[in-house]
Structures are given as C-alpha cells and as structure tokens.
Design a protein around this ligand. Sequence first.
Ligand code: NAD
Length: 313
Amino acid sequence: GQKVVLITGCSSGIGLAIAVMLAKDEMKRYYVIGTMRDLKRKDKLVEAAGDAYGKTLALLTLDVCSDKSVKQCVNSIKDRHIDILINNAGVGLVGPVEALSLDDMKQVFETNFFGVVRMIKEVMPDMKRRRSGHIMVISSVLGLHGVAFNDVYSASKFATEGLCEGLAIQLMKFNVNVSMIEPGPVNTEFEMKVMTEVSKKEYAGADPETLNHFRTCYLPTQVNLFKGLGQTPEDIAKVTKKVIESAQPPFRNLTNPLYTPIVALKYADETRSLSVHTFYHMLYNLGGIMHVSVRIMKFLSFEWLRRRAISPT
Ligand code: NAD
C-alpha cells in the first residue's frame, strides 16, 4: 500500500519541494503529511501540489520546538503510522561567535538538533515495534565540515549527524533505515533570511578586524557560492526521493557532486589540516575575489572526476 511520509517545515524551500514531488508520484506510492508551524502559510504548498492536495497530500500543524505540538500532530495520524519521517525544518545563523548571543545559538540547536530529537523520540518507537521505517534528515555539507562564521549552524548539523550515526547502527537490528541528505548551497528563502539578519545586526562584541573578514571575505564568498554552485529545492527533492526508493538507502548522501572532493579532502589527511588550510585559503586569500572559490570548487571536482577516469560533464 501507500507509504505514509511526514515532512517537517513544508511551508517553503526544500520541505515544500519534497512534499510536492512525493505527493505527485506517478504511481501514487506516497501519502504525504506536509507539516508546518502555521497553516496560514500553506498557500504556496497547496498551489504547487495542485490536484494532489486532498488526495496524496494532507496538511497538519507541527512545530518541532514544541513537545505538545509534536505529540498532538503524531497522535492525530491514523494508528500513529508513519513509514518515512523527513526532518527538514531548520534555521541558519552566521556571524563571529563572540558577537552572537547564547540565546540565538540555543535557538539554532533547539530547531536543528532538538527538533530532530523530539521527532525521532515520538516516531521511532512505533517504527521499531513494526520493524520497518525510514528516518531522514536534511543535514548539510556543514554537517561534515566546519566553515568560518557558520560555526554554530555547522555545530548543530554535526550534532545531528552524530546522533543519527549512532541511531543508524542501533536501528539496523529493527530494519529501520537512517539517511542524511547533505546539500551544499540551495537557493531558497534560507539564505535570504540569513542575509536579512546580517544586514540588521551590528555584531557588537567582535573586533573590527574580524568584522572586516566577515563582511569582505566571508559574505562575498557565500554570495558567489550560492550564485555559482547553488542547487534548486527540486534537485534536493530528487536526491531524497532516490534515497527513499533505493533498496539499501545509503547513510550519507551529498546532493551536489561539486562538493565531493572538498568533503573527501577531510578524510584524505588524518590530521584534517588539509581541509582546514584549504578553507583558510578560500576565505582569506581568494574569498573576496569574484567567483574564485566557485572556480576552485569546479576545478577540484574536474580533477576528481578526471583522476577517476570518468568524463566530467
Ligand atoms: P527554508 O527557510 O525555506 O525552510 C526551512 C523551513 O523550516 C521553513 O519553512 C521554516 O518555517 C521551517 N521551520 C523553522 N523552524 C521551525 C519549527 N520550529 N518547526 C517547524 N518548522 C520550522 O530553507 P530550506 O533551505 O528549505 O531549509 C530546509 C533544510 O535544509 C534546513 O534544515 C536547512 O538547514 C537545510 N539546508 C539548507 C541549505 C540551503 O543552502 N538552503 C543547505 C543545506 C541544508
């Protein structure tokens, strides 16, 4: 029969795209429960889903930061039966660590890490009992390597990766799969929300030199990477669907092949210095120069493929 899929954070971006793609599956293999904090924001999803809305797509309220909301939502689902849980809700935070408040940092962990914990605690016991299920997390390449000025966001994704790596091992005994999806830059509201924050904040507490690095090296690099390498939410939805439909879903899944070499660099050198130094050069020596980091990523990827004797496209 149909698989029940619950997705968090569906009012925009990647969550919306996954909900639409699964709900529009030609073979109607999925019954999608698209959730969001506030159903007043449902219009974009409903419009994108078209005919599927009311048939293979239902909407429910869910705030991953609230125990009560998570419980209420899952209890309202028939037999509490969820085959596939997609943890997508997430928030960003950039800036020099010394200029960010602990409250802001805790909010990032509350959503990106404890939000995932809360969902898993509610859904996993039923999956274990049924001896079937698939837990997915929209993590990030920043769950695999740190990037300057994205430290806390990256830490929240590392935390989630660690949580899920342990669970993946445990859950193999129960025939429950765990998969991480690790996108690089994706053009959604996410980056816009972060950039709006940046333009409003003064980052008091950071010295002028650090702030200068942040504004003249980090921010332009970021903008270039999103413009030059950014994927669409649909690209991420495609990878997610492929992982769901794979006979043996892989644990880690990069969505952007241009990130394969830079992620592999970290494991190519057991001290990890190689990847730290590469990011250092990209940020300070080349970051401010238009599109250089994009070219480096493309060059690395080209070399990577060439050495594997696969013809790059
Ligand atoms: P987005 O801002 O469009 O989507 C995030 C969604 O999560 C929003 O709809 C937001 O309302 C929702 N959300 C936030 N807090 C919530 C809460 N407490 N409860 C329920 N929903 C909540 O951005 P996106 O790019 O689609 O982000 C989706 C996921 O992808 C996030 O986990 C993000 O970390 C991850 N990601 C994004 C990028 C990128 O470049 N955009 C890259 C890698 C990973």
